[in-house]
Design a protein around this ligand. Sequence first.
Ligand code: AP5
Length: 228
Amino acid sequence: MDGSTTPTTAPVLILLGPPGAGKGTQARMLEEQFGLVQLSTGDLLRAAVAAGTDAGEQAKAVMEAGDLVSDDIVIAILRDRLADADCAKGVILDGFPRTTVQAKALDMLLAESGQKIDAAVSLDVDDAAMVDRISGRFTCGGCGEGYHDTYKAPKVAGQCDKCQGTDFKRRADDNAKTVAARLDAYHAQTAPLIAFYDAQGALARVDAMGAIDEIATTLGDIVRRATA
Ligand code: AP5
C-alpha cells in the first residue's frame, strides 16, 4: 500500500459474514451514507476473471467450486486496490479478510500507513436462510446495485433504481451446491476471525436476519461510534 496517499485517519471497517449475509448490500448503503469506498474481494476477483488476468485464471475454477482463492492472490489484489487514491476516504472491506493469514496481512498493510481497523462487524444469520437469499439474488450490470426477487425487487420491474439500466446479471456461483461449499468454507476458515477481532477489541455483532433498512440503521450507529 502507498502510505503517502492514505491519511492515517481514514476509517477502515470490515464486514464479516457467510455468503448471503448481506455484506454487499450493507456495504453499498454505508458507502452512500458515509462516503466510504466499498472494497469487495469477490467483485475484484470476478473482474480479474472477466479480464483474463493470471490471477483471474487461477481464481476461476476455485470460485466456481465455492472454495477460497489462495491468500497470496487475494492479498495482492487487495493491496493494489487499497493503494488507489479513492481509498484515502476510508474503506468498507466486504469479504476480506476471510482467513487468519489474510487478517494478519491486513493488520500489517494498515500499520504501514499508521492505520488500524475501526470496527469488524459480524453479520450473524441462519445458514438455512442463506440459500433462499442467494438463489433470489441478481445485480444491475450497469452499476452493480444488488437486488432480490422477493426481498429487494426494483421499484419498476426490470429497471435499476439507481441507474435505470435494464441489463441484470445472476452469478455463476449462486447455485445450491456451490452455496453449500461456500458456507462450509466460511465456517471452517472465516468464522474464527470473529474471535480474532474480539481479541483486538474491534468486534461488533449484528443480528442480520431482520429487514435490510433496520440492519443498515444499526450498522450506521456502529460506524458513527467507531469513527467518532
Ligand atoms: P463474494 O463475492 O464475497 O461472495 P460471498 O462472501 O459468498 O458473499 P455474497 O456476495 O454471496 O453475499 P453477501 O453477504 O454480499 O450478500 P448480499 O448483500 O449480496 O465471494 C465470492 C467468491 O470469491 C468466494 O466464494 C471465494 O471463492 C472468492 N473470494 C472472495 N473474497 C475472498 C477472500 N478474501 N479470500 C479468498 N477467496 C475469496 O445479499 C444476498 C441477497 O440477499 C441479495 O439478493 C440481497 O438483496 C438479499 N438480502 C441482503 N440482506 C437481506 C436481508 N436482511 N433480508 C432479506 N434479503 C436480504
